[in-house]
Design a protein. Sequence first.
Length: 266
Amino acid sequence: MTGSKLPTLFVSHGGGPWPFVDGMREMFARTAQEFAALPARLPARPKAVLVITGHWEAAQFSVSTSAHPPMDYDYYGFPPHTYSLQYPAPGSPALAARVTGLLAAGGVACLPDPARGLDHGTFVPLGLMYPQADMPVVLLSLKSGYDAAEHIRVGQLLAPLRDEGILIVGSGLTYHNMRGFGNPASTPVAAAFEQYLNAAVTQPDAALRNQMLVDWMQAPQARLAHPQEDHLIPLMVVAGAAGADRGARIFVDHVLAVDMGNYQFG
């Protein structure tokens, strides 16, 4: 036990392996600086990190169980060297079992996945937060169908981990329309949607906050911001795990003509 309840985080992880690509690294300089500063925001050093990434969905909730998770180069068209990057963080079969147990106690099935590796939504932010790769990492999948309320419920079941030294991180993007990146017409779309998310996250009434997140499709420009909500749903899990703790926006980076928000609960 750390003796300190850890907050939960939602990070907009950016595009592909950007810290390792000339030009992109400079474009995301603000995000790089802020990610590197995230550990200092925590009341204690975590024992491990549980990541819910927008790059992993399964028919049922699934958890990575490998003690030595491999790399998952789930991006296309980047320089050859980005397909040999390594982030050799250990896994934690014990944490994976704890996640499975907490979900099972709430009636939610969670399947083991011994082959699941670290996608760029995982190794990019964690590589900046913990560059020594000495923080154990476990991944929890999204469930196909993207039921927002169901993912909030899963977060609520995982909330005890915060008192056990586990940092819960949702990794996605507050704007994820591949056709819109770099288009100035997307700027007001992303800004309007980000404004809605910020109003929801900072809502002091947790029940109302969660309802606003469930109702995200009523937000301005919702489907233009997220034609498919895979990169938004990790926010639901960390909001659920936040319990009654109020959220706050850590920072917004403006890259490729769109705002990308990042949040902390607790």
